[in-house]
Design a protein around this ligand. Structure first.
Ligand code: IMP
Ligand code: MG
Length: 186
């Protein structure tokens, strides 16, 4: 695998800016959900993992966490179609709970729309979305977003949970890929 320095176009969001914004989101969520009843954060694997673990440390009210994994039947790994397959379902019943879905990025919106449709059939008390990134220009289906970290331009990004061909999720910042320099084979 290539070292990321070989294809990093630019750092779009620094680690400091990510953490600052996540602190704000955590404070807002703590206020909004205070005294409401059971709060459950559901992280969509695997991209949302870093965001979840930083966000939950900034949420000051009691809450539980759960994980879900879905794969979308897309063209290659970079586009989704709206057909999803649940590869890991929740271990708990969400009936009457306040569910907040924690996502890394909303792109076309297909994955999220399918997840929301499925979870709403299980009758949670509320169902909202917190996404770190919103690539708003790429939206194909409308999805309600209650909390958004950053709106970003239509560029392929990586780091802080987001992968390129399953790698580079560990980086503490969000970078833009220079596709002319990225060689999957090398
Ligand atoms: P959507 O169904 O098109 O909204 O796709 C959302 C999923 O596509 C995300 O959860 C990511 O896994 C992936 N994705 C979309 N854009 C990017 C990107 O710029 N970098 C890395 N993954 C991305
Ligand atoms: Mg991915």
């Amino acid at each position: 695998m290539q070292d990321y320095h070989d294809f990093l176009g630019e750092v779009l969001i620094s680690s400091e800016d990510l953490q600052r914004r996540i602190t704000e989101l955590g404070e807002q969520i703590s206020k909004d959900y205070a005294g409401k009843g059971e709060l459950l954060l559901i992280c969509i694997l695997r991209g949302g993992v870093l965001f979840l673990t930083d966000l939950m440390r900034q949420i000051s009210i009691p809450h539980a966490i759960e994980f879900m994994a879905v794969s979308s039947y897309g063209v290659g790994g970079r586009q989704s179609t709206g057909q999803i397959r649940i590869s890991l379902d929740l271990n708990v019943d969400i009936f009457n709970k306040h569910v907040l879905l924690v996502e890394d990025i909303i792109d076309s919106g297909h994955t999220l729309a399918a997840i929301l449709e499925l979870l709403s059939t299980r009758k949670p008390a509320s169902l909202n979305v917190c996404t770190l990134l919103d690539k708003v220009e790429r939206r194909e289906v409308e999805v309600p977003i209650k909390y958004c970290g950053f709106t970003i331009p239509n560029k392929f990004v990586f780091g802080y949970g987001l992968d390129i061909d399953d790698y580079y999720r560990n980086l503490p910042f969000i970078g833009v890929v220079d596709l002319n320099k990225y060689n999957p084979g090398s």
